[in-house]
Design a protein around this ligand. Structure first.
Ligand SMILES: Cc1cc2nc3c(=O)[nH]c(=O)nc-3n(C[C@H](O)[C@H](O)[C@H](O)COP(=O)(O)OP(=O)(O)OC[C@H]3O[C@@H](n4cnc5c(N)ncnc54)[C@H](O)[C@@H]3O)c2cc1C
Length: 416
């Protein structure tokens, strides 16, 4: 089976790239070892974020640092035995969390996220899945004045980049979400952000649209990729596929393949968990909330209220240790009357993260006709469709809607 492009990895990022390329008339093979959208893109908070302008970095204030060091902060957890391995990466993250790093991240992310919602909605309309989208905005809520003040960088950046947001005092917050306990100091409402009722359904619908346009999805191991006579070949369950161009969109597994081509990027995996809950006494939330100081998100989903945790630093493939989830259950229940747990066990996902917080989108250094699209960290569900558009434009030789310079792989060096 011959194609124009092979896309490896069928999360939100790879599926969007495959669909965008197919829309441009390219014959595309999309390959994953699982079904479409069944890894990290399955269990996220479903938020398509307009205002994600501050990287999730290492705090610079000493009290929070100390809480992190003692593994006491519910928003971050780590496996102690893994610390020596991850320490150099954490140091890079710390360095990138200074003022200049935040500014660079904000500029680059704003350039993408200003098109993220439009691009999602365009794909969703064509894929007949617009009914999954909710235009309710979302709320970042603060338990204390200090918590609110701690996000002043975000509010200042949002003002500068023209992103609408509204400060709500305790009474206004209560009017917005009457079933939240009156223990909060304030909230900020972000009306431009949209959310989906079931992230997996959206990724799968984009996959269905890709197939309806003639794209071919197959199961196979991306690590079988090889280059023969200027063509790429991959072995799948239905035979070998080949194409002159390949896109690597394997999220947190990208280095597993790229090592073989002497490319390796400073990846860490920020693990995160989710659990669904019923609500007691008919309580409801109209939109997701982030309990900022506690570092979790609560999203009304098709299946119940999905609580998603902050970051766990551990080996990518280590067994689940949902300690944060246990810590957060009583904290979340204080805020909203969560009832019975609806999943037999917590879901574990792996955010693919680079130390400057930005993804890599563009050609692979030193490897002909290989394109890279991964490392979207906390924003991969948001940024998948716009990243896919940029990759597609690059591959077909059109000018890209957004300047790809901040996302170039070369910022981490070239081939070894
Ligand atoms: C708890 C949590 C909450 C989050 N909330 C949000 C949110 O609200 N909004 C947001 O924008 N982002 C959110 N994210 C981040 C977002 O989910 C990720 O950035 C995004 O899903 C990454 O997409 P991806 O396509 O790069 O990776 P994935 O979805 O992981 O896709 C990678 C694919 O590669 C495949 N693969 C791996 N190895 C191989 C191989 N050898 N051969 C073949 N296939 C292979 C996998 O099976 C997988 O399907 C959240 C993440 C977590 C963990």
């Amino acid at each position: 089976m011959t194609h124009d492009v092979i896309v490896l990895g069928a999360g939100m990022v790879g599926t969007s790239a495959a669909l965008q390329l197919t829309e441009k008339g390219r014959r595309v093979a999309l390959i994953d070892r699982r079904g479409i959208g069944e890894e990290t893109s399955f269990g996220n908070a479903g938020v398509i974020e307009r205002e994600g302008l501050v990287p999730v970095g290492i705090p610079r204030d000493i009290v929070r640092l100390f809480r992190y060091a003692l593994n006491l902060a519910p928003e971050a957890n780590y496996h102690v035995g893994f610390l020596p391995k991850i320490a150099p990466w954490l140091w890079k993250l710390f360095e990138a969390s200074d003022k200049a790093g935040i500014e660079a991240f904000a500029r680059a992310t704003d350039a993408l996220s200003r098109f993220a919602i439009v691009e999602h909605r365009r794909l969703a309309a064509a894929a007949n899945v617009s009914d999954q989208f909710r235009e309710t905005g979302w709320l970042r809520v603060y338990r204390t004045p200090k918590g609110l003040a701690g996000e002043s960088d975000l509010h200042e950046l949002a003002d500068r980049f023209g992103i609408e947001h509204r400060l709500l005092d305790r009474d206004a917050l209560h009017a917005f979400e009457p079933d939240l306990a009156r223990i909060l100091h304030a909230g900020v409402f972000w009306p431009e952000t949209q959310t989906v009722a079931w992230p997996e359904a959206v990724t799968k619908a984009y996959g269905d649209r890709f197939e309806a346009l003639g794209g071919q999805f197959s199961r196979g191991d991306a690590r079988s990729l090889r280059r023969v006579d200027e063509r790429w070949f991959v072995t799948t369950e239905t035979g070998a596929v080949s194409a002159p161009t390949v896109v690597v969109a394997l999220g947190p597994w990208s280095n597993d393949l790229l090592d073989r081509f002497d490319l390796s990027f400073p990846f860490a995996v920020k693990r995160g968990y989710h659990m669904h809950f019923a609500a007691e006494r008919g309580a409801r939330l109209a939109r997701p909330i982030v309990d900022v100081e506690m570092g979790y998100c609560l999203t009304p989903m098709a299946k119940g209220y999905r609580l998603t945790t902050g970051v766990e630093f551990a080996h990518r493939d280590a067994d689940p240790t949902p300690r944060q989830l246990e810590q957060l259950k009583p904290i979340a229940r204080d805020l909203f009357p969560l009832g019975a747990e609806l999943d037999p066990e917590p879901w574990l996902g792996r955010r693919p993260a680079l130390p400057d917080g930005l993804p890599i989108i563009g050609p692979a250094p030193g490897v002909p006709n290989m394109w890279l699209d991964f490392g979207h960290g906390h924003l991969g569900f948001t940024l998948g469709p716009i990243s896919g558009r940029l990759i597609a434009e690059g591959i077909v030789g059109e000018p890209t809607l957004v300047d790809l310079t901040p996302f170039r792989a070369e910022r981490f060096g070239g081939q070894r």
